[in-house]
Design a protein around this ligand. Structure first.
Ligand SMILES: [Zn+2]
Length: 461
């Protein structure tokens, strides 16, 4: 919906949030060490200072004072034991990459139990629950991701020590799913009616090689109409991501006949070609990424070969590149492609006999980058709701489900799941419900501001 973009909103600078990078330094280091798929990136790119438009603070305050919303806030508090139980139940249903069916089925049942009549699982496995609004003029989606990074057979039982819950995937992003569910329960218990429709969504394929396939499907021609997108992923209470870090990943394989290292000497050697490719890529990419918008490159895995005295028949590598800028991402990608072609040509040119090598370049990941302006109402509403609960907003960048709508220029953000936790993507992941209700209330306020409360008028951009 174009009215939502609000790119020309005059911004009243009430507050400028600075110094956030320093304040979050510890989190950033931890996240980087763990090489988080979804959570590390805000740190890498730093945080932008964002001005607050006073109208959205007013809007959020008025919403929070509404009797129905107050009832929903109380419901969220009273639901805490249930929310706790839901988190354990869902965490203990494994959801490895590409195998989210079991958890999806249960999550769909939970949305039905929470009072939604229209709940379905789409062609790719996303769970979608529809809560109709009064006018249905607009559709707002609230999303958590079903998948974890953990392979089949991982012990996902929740261990409880004191108040802390330990289990792989408990925070990333099972808590996000439960937050989405609890917003629904609270809206129903409080009898809240919205103007627009609200979709409660659990997506597949957010992590790793899932390559955002769930959210890509939702924003394809086959998906439902969605005008605003709120993903819940990652830990920071103040998290308001409105920039998506894009990434491209390739598996590159050089192939030849292979043979004896003495007897077949002179055949083109796939490892030699790969070595050249890595050298040309790393040298050129280094120069390219030292200036301009932050961009990274990494040869992560290398393999192939049968024996020290055999010319290999194949040599492969896996490469990951990221950038906040689509142009820079395309630029570093083109350096990779050029390096592969040059290496292939050179290795083939020095062969003394036999057929030439081939190079197979397989794209195994493609996440678009992009940014929606911080003056966009959905960003302003999230910042206002964060401040309403006394937390400093931390706008920034990330690699989450929101990358897809953001890259399409649609209003989309990713907010934190609340509570405290760490160890995402590791077997020692933990989560603790410290004021976790605030993140749920905040998500509710953003949803209601976007969808419009049927009894109130939203702020007009
Ligand atoms: Zn996640």
């Amino acid at each position: 919906m174009s009215s939502l973009h609000g790119g020309s909103v005059p911004v009243v600078a009430l507050a400028v949030f600075q110094g956030l990078l320093a304040a979050r330094h510890t989190d950033c280091r931890g996240a980087t060490l763990l090489a988080l798929e979804s959570a590390a990136t805000p740190c890498a790119a730093g945080r932008s200072a964002v001005a607050q438009d006073a109208r959205y603070l007013e809007e959020v305050r008025a919403l929070a004072a509404d009797a129905g919303v107050q009832r929903a806030f109380r419901a969220i508090e009273e639901l805490e034991p249930r929310t706790h139980g839901d988190l354990i139940l869902l965490t203990e249903i494994p959801a490895p990459p590409f195998k989210e069916e079991q958890r999806a089925k249960r999550y769909a049942e939970m949305l039905r139990e929470a009072g939604l009549d229209s709940v379905y699982i789409d062609e790719v496995g996303n769970v979608i629950g529809v809560r109709r609004g009064r006018s249905s003029e607009k559709t707002v989606a609230l999303d958590g991701h079903l998948d974890t990074v953990f392979p089949e057979g991982t012990d996902v039982r929740v261990r409880i020590r004191g108040d802390t819950l330990f289990a792989p995937g408990i925070g990333d992003d099972t808590r996000g799913l439960v937050l989405v569910l609890t917003v629904l329960r609270a809206m129903n218990q409080a009898g809240i009616q919205t103007e627009g429709d609200v979709l409660f969504i659990g997506t597949v394929g957010e992590e790793g090689l899932g390559d955002l396939r769930g959210v890509k499907h939702l924003f394809s021609a086959e998906g439902p109409p969605i005008d605003a997108w709120i993903a819940v992923d990652g830990g920071d209470e103040g998290r308001v991501l409105h920039q998506g870090i894009g990434s491209r990943r390739y598996r590159i394989t050089f192939r030849g006949p292979g043979g004896h290292s003495w007897g077949a000497f002179g055949l083109a050697n796939p490892h030699h070609a790969l070595g050249r490719a890595v050298r040309y890529f790393a040298e050129s990419a280094d120069g390219y990424t030292r200036t301009g918008p932050q961009t990274s490159y990494n040869v992560g895995r290398i393999g192939g070969g049968t024996s020290v005295n055999a010319i290999p028949f194949e040599s492969w590598m896996e490469v990951d590149m990221r950038s906040v800028s689509p142009q820079r991402l395309a630029g570093v990608d083109s350096i990779l492609q050029t390096s592969i072609r040059r290496a292939l040509d050179e290795e083939n040119a020095v062969r003394r006999h036999g057929p030439p090598l081939t190079a197979d370049v397989e794209k195994v990941g493609d996440r678009p980058s992009g940014e929606i302006p911080s003056s966009t109402p959905i960003v302003q509403r999230a910042i206002a709701a964060t401040r309403y609960f006394g937390t400093e907003p931390a706008p920034g960048t990330g690699s989450t489900d929101s990358n897809i709508p953001i890259a399409k220029g649609l209003p989309a953000i990713t907010i934190g799941r609340g509570g405290v936790g760490d160890g995402g993507h590791s077997p020692g992941e933990w989560w603790l419900n410290e004021k976790g209700d605030i993140a749920i209330k905040k998500a509710l306020l953003i949803v209601l501001a976007e969808a419009g409360l049927a009894t109130r008028r939203p702020a007009t951009p």
